[in-house]
Design a protein around this ligand. Structure first.
Ligand code: SF4
Length: 403
């Protein structure tokens, strides 16, 4: 069992020295990220939602495109479902974008306008921000500290790693008590930064809450990394308990990793007159509103592609041939998507359309909708799940253009 660490005793003497070191390090080492060039809470909110579960380098082009296409809260509220999903295509976790739009509509409905620019005003208290759909304690803390320089704490994976190491916290951060302790530490740090302003404030000190929170995240992203942290070059190493006690690799103590579950899907590519049969996922399921090729999950090892196709289309294909396999991971699932090109001989597109997906004992069916015929150009305008987007470009190239 992990030993309880007396970090509360270590905590207080650290803050006075730790906060200025973190602020100074951030001032000289922060990456120049596009959302760091603004204090617009809407722009910061969009970046924070995109950055959940996604790396900075992936987010940059998505954020730039989103802000170009939907530069205001009103624009985000008014955009069509197709547009927001297309702008988010490839980022995954699409509930995030739907909640973002729901929150934008809510803000617009409240209709408080900024005196300076006349645009709808983003709420500026922690409680109001936290009440918006899709915004939890972390995101509300990030928006209020970064956009409004309020002393609101935040705790994400990077900050947890930095704090458990600096303060030598051996307990699992997922445990309620330890998690509360980490939130308290994060709060003390940002409050200390807010209170340590001098009477003649510099421009940097005006953003001290924003910079303190971002310094913890940035240190975790650039220096105090999960593997091979650069302790020798770390600005706070003299205050770091894990470094001093040679416990860096052991922290944070995240317990046993959940084992990944393998899942297998069969997708079917049907082509007619240069167009593909694709369908939109219904509301209320994973990846709702996104487009995909007709597919089923194979939940038993014995199901063959032919019977899976029959279950999807309600009629056995006259021909079936393997086309491609796409492997990817979503949360704790390792997914193998096997794609087959199928044709139906005498079955016309009309009769194929009249079929309904039938349930099978070994197959999970995601939709009752058999789909629509779309050309590659039309498909490029639709938002596809990442795996099916790869399949779409492969199928178009292989079947239509390599003939
Ligand atoms: Fe992280 Fe090492 Fe710096 Fe401690 S000294 S904060 S473990 S990088």
């Amino acid at each position: 069992m992990a030993q309880r660490t007396p970090h509360s005793a270590l905590r207080t003497p650290h803050l006075k020295r730790l906060v200025p070191l973190l602020l100074d390090w951030f001032t000289h080492n922060a990456r120049d990220l596009p959302w760091r060039r603004t204090r617009d809470p809407y722009a910061i909110w969009v970046s924070e939602i995109m950055l959940q579960q996604t790396q900075v380098k992936t987010v940059i082009p998505y954020w730039n495109r989103w802000m170009r296409e939907l530069p205001t809260i009103e624009a985000a509220a008014d955009a069509s479902a197709g547009k927001i999903h297309k702008l988010w295509e490839g980022l995954g976790y699409y509930t995030r974008v739907r909640n973002l739009q729901k929150a934008a509509k809510q803000i617009v409905k409240c209709g408080v306008r900024s005196a300076e620019c006349g645009n709808v005003k983003f709420p500026d208290t922690f409680e109001e921000v936290l009440a918006l759909p899709g915004i939890g304690r972390y995101t509300a803390g990030a928006i209020c500290s970064i956009a409004f320089n309020q002393p609101t704490p935040l705790l994400d994976g990077n900050v947890i790693r930095v704090l458990t190491r600096i303060f030598g916290i051996a307990e699992n951060p997922k445990e309620k008590e330890t998690n509360m302790r980490l939130w308290k530490l994060a709060e003390e740090l940002v409050s200390h930064a807010a209170n340590s302003r001098t009477r003649t404030r510099t421009k940097e000190e005006d953003g001290c809450c924003s910079h303190l929170n971002q310094s913890l995240m940035e240190l975790g992203a650039l220096v105090c990394t999960p593997r091979n942290p650069q302790c020798r070059n770390c600005r706070v190493k003299k205050l770091c308990v894990a470094f001093r006690e040679n416990r860096v690799e052991a922290l944070p103590n995240l317990g046993k990793r959940e084992t990944a579950t393998a899942r297998r899907f069969a997708a079917f590519i049907v082509v007619q007159d240069g167009r593909f049969l694709v369908r939109q996922r219904p509301a209320g399921v994973v990846n709702a509103h996104l487009w995909e090729f007709p597919n089923v999950e194979i939940t038993g090892g014995k199901s063959d592609p032919m019977s899976a196709a029959k279950i999807v289309f309600g009629v056995a294909p006259s021909r079936i041939e393997p086309l491609s396999t796409v492997k990817h991971s979503i949360t704790r699932y390792r997914i193998t998507l096997e794609a087959f090109r199928v044709s139906f001989g005498g079955t016309s597109s009309t009769s194929l359309h009249s079929k309904r997906l039938k349930s099978g004992t070994r197959v999970t069916r995601p939709s009752e909708n058999i789909g629509a015929w779309k050309s590659p150009a039309q498909m490029r305008r639709l938002a596809f799940t990442a795996a099916h987007k790869r399949l779409a470009s492969f199928a178009a190239k292989r079947i239509l253009f390599d003939r």
